[in-house]
Write a protein that binds this ligand. Structure first.
Ligand code: FAD
Length: 395
């Protein structure tokens, strides 16, 4: 367990807390802070209210696939990223229960309750087997060790290899192209846009208020504590090593007579490229490309072409769907793929909650918990200890 430093003024009722950035991370933090009693007043500074119900559409959260995916994202060497993702995944059921009264009428927040991960060619199948074997050998940060000092690690519900027949029975609309397939029953996906709407309503219900405008300098804010959750905007505001990594997704709508979309999330490597199909009410999301192009949010012809070609390899029925939306967003990536969570070592008034890269939706519950713990001067979730901001100064 790691205890982040917190000045005495940050104890219960820390006065006015300003959250900079009101997308998924900022909203979840604001809601959690308001519910926890860690502040007398919570104010979100967010310039963008262009979406339904006033949610921002310029952040990555509006674009995202919404997958909760520590197991299917697992990669050897990323132990800390994996542990934080598993910790957050275990928090999702409770998080969704607390959010339930605030979900607007319409589709639910949770859109898929499991994931299949496939590889289409031999080389990708070898990589997939290697990554899944590594994930299965990892300890589960939310389970204690037994007296012998061992940790049961991940379970069969988290991760198991399935046969082609099992895959076909679970996802009959997929082409029979998988050379290797794994099922993750504890993963799944949420509808990112419903999540933003529900968090906005939850914040309002707790008395959170908004200031509509971009923050130019953290020093000028009238605040006892500041939570920085501005996605790629955090780099300029606090000199953090957060860079934009562009991603494009397609949103497809079902039409009469279309093949049913996959029932759960389907992820695959096709021609060496990562692909995912994420069910949504009335359709699915296909993603995602990845480019290091700076602040570029334009959707390219090549991006759409590759996504459609790869998706059709996995799910041949896709051609009958309506191509309802193409959109690009900027993932706020840190150098080591871990977010930047905790008090700024140079200014303890500031708490960072940024740099979530590809996993900001998935990491929302653990991030909110870590920020509240930091404001209260309590122990942060153990897996969040590796994400402290001063790790870059030390390296
Ligand atoms: C194509 C794509 C697919 C993705 N898929 C997934 C997925 O399946 N699962 C997953 O977990 N994650 C996914 N992500 C990543 C996820 O969307 C991000 O990690 C997450 O949105 C980060 O949340 P955030 O609130 O920190 O930043 P953002 O959502 O980017 O929002 C930042 C907010 O800060 C505001 N802001 C910026 N500058 C300022 C300023 N100066 N003052 C005030 N406000 C400011 C912006 O207006 C914006 O609203 C995906 C991202 C992309 C692009």
């Amino acid at each position: 367990m790691t205890v982040d430093p917190a000045p005495p003024a940050a104890r219960i009722g820390a006065g006015r807390v300003v959250v900079v950035g009101g997308s998924v991370i900022g909203l979840a933090c604001a809601w959690a802070i308001a519910r926890s009693g860690a502040a007398d007043e919570v104010v979100v500074h967010e310039p963008d209210d262009s979406g339904p119900g006033g949610v921002p559409t310029s952040g990555a959260a509006w674009v995202a696939g919404g997958m909760l995916a520590p197991f299917s994202e697992a990669w050897p060497g990323e132990e800390a990223v994996f542990a934080l993702g598993v910790d957050s995944l275990r928090r999702w059921p409770g998080f969704l229960d607390a959010l339930a009264p605030h979900v607007p009428p319409g589709p639910p927040v949770r859109t898929a309750g499991y994931t299949h991960m496939l590889a289409v060619d031999e080389a990708d199948a070898r990589d997939l087997d290697m990554a899944m074997e590594w994930a299965a050998s990892q300890p589960d940060p939310t389970r204690g060790t037994d007296p012998a000092g061992t940790n049961g690690g991940v379970t069969e519900a988290d991760l198991r290899r399935v046969t082609r027949r099992e895959l076909r029975e679970a996802e009959p609309s997929l082409a029979r192209v998988a050379r290797a397939a794994y099922r993750m029953d504890s993963e799944g996906a949420v509808d990112n846009r419903v999540l933003l709407a529900a968090l906005t309503r939850a914040c309002r219900a707790e008395g959170v208020t908004w200031v509509r405008g971009a923050v130019a300098s953290l020093d000028d804010l009238d605040a006892d504590r500041v939570v920085l959750a501005a996605g790629t905007g955090s780099a300029d505001l606090a000199g953090l090593p957060v860079r934009p990594v562009k991603g494009e997704v397609l949103r497809l709508r079902s039409r009469p007579g279309c093949e049913d979309p996959p029932r759960g999330v389907v992820r695959a490597f096709v021609r060496g490229r990562p692909l995912y199909l994420v069910p949504r009410a009335g359709g699915l999301v296909v993603g995602a490309t990845q480019y290091e192009h700076g602040d570029d949010r334009q959707v390219t012809v090549a991006g759409v072409r590759d996504l459609l070609a790869d998706a059709e390899t996995i799910f041949p029925g896709i051609g009958e769907y309506e191509l309802a939306e193409t959109i690009a967003g900027l993932r706020p990536m840190s150098p080591d793929n871990l977010p930047i969570l905790g008090a700024d070592p140079r200014d303890l008034r500031i708490v960072h909650a940024t740099g979530h890269g590809r996993n900001g939706i998935a990491l929302t519950p653990v991030t909110a918990a870590a920020v509240v713990a930091t404001l209260l001067g309590r122990a942060v979730p153990g897996a969040a200890g590796a994400a402290v901001p001063d790790r870059f100064a030390r390296s």
